[in-house]
Design a protein around this ligand. Structure first.
Ligand SMILES: N[C@@H](CCC(=O)N[C@@H](CS)C(=O)NCC(=O)O)C(=O)O
Length: 211
């Protein structure tokens, strides 16, 4: 059984969700972020950045949620969560995953930790800029889904969709949450309707953003 170090609702969510969707529920170890457990010497050996998630596969720890969903699609190919290597669809999966990891996840980090870019005094400006970047990204992905959806790669759900749905969930208390973009709303509703999402919410005791 795979072992996931997680915190409810955090960047570990897409990894946990995908494993449930594949039918391989991981063993869970909760990391108490408020208590700073992610910076303990033991945890830093598993994840030098001091963040969740960490996924232990065959005794080896791996980090970075975006990379982890790709690893899981490779590890459990029968789930069909990545198209075959070398195809245009596989290329598109890499493109979307990296686009989100580079262009959408960082402004979310700034939104939730606005002091990080330039200190407390600049927090309001950092948060405002992050909100704009997130909105611009949602504009782009909404247009893509409207033209090519209902999922990022078209008709079939794939690993990057779990990553996108997690990021959409993070926007739920923002002034304009992802659910206010029509094609994104359709995508979100499909993802939330998956039985694995209900299980995820139960296992992480999540009470917001249910189907
Ligand atoms: N790029 C990393 C980001 C992970 C990340 O920022 N995790 C947050 C929770 S969503 C965290 O552990 N925060 C605790 C901290 O920074 O002290 C990933 O996707 O795995």
């Amino acid at each position: 059984m795979d072992l996931l170090y997680f915190a409810p609702g955090s960047a570990s969510l897409c990894v946990h969700w995908m494993l449930l969707d594949i039918g391989r529920p991981p063993e869970l170890r909760r990391v108490d972020l408020a208590a700073g457990e992610q910076r303990s010497p033991e945890y830093l050996k598993l994840n030098p950045a001091g963040v969740v998630p960490t996924l232990v596969l065959d005794g080896e720890p791996f980090n970075e949620s975006g990379a982890l969903v790709l690893m899981l699609a490779d590890r459990y190919p029968d789930a069909g969560l990545l198209p075959p290597p070398g195809t245009a669809a596989r290329n598109a999966a890499y493109q979307w995953l990296l686009l989100m990891a580079n262009g959408l996840q960082p402004p979310f980090r700034t939104w939730f930790y606005p002091h990080e870019p330039a200190g407390e005094a600049a927090s309001d400006a950092a948060k405002a800029a992050a909100g704009q970047r997130i909105g611009a990204f949602f504009d782009r992905v909404d247009a893509h889904l409207a033209a090519n959806g209902p999922y990022l790669l078209g008709e079939r759900v794939s690993a990057p969709d779990f990553f996108l749905a997690m990021l959409c969930r993070w926007s739920r208390n923002m002034p304009k949450p992802a659910t206010e973009w029509p094609a994104l709303r359709g995508f979100i509703d499909r993802m939330r309707a998956r039985p694995s999402f209900k299980l995820l919410c139960e296992r992480e005791a999540l009470t917001e953003w249910l189907a």
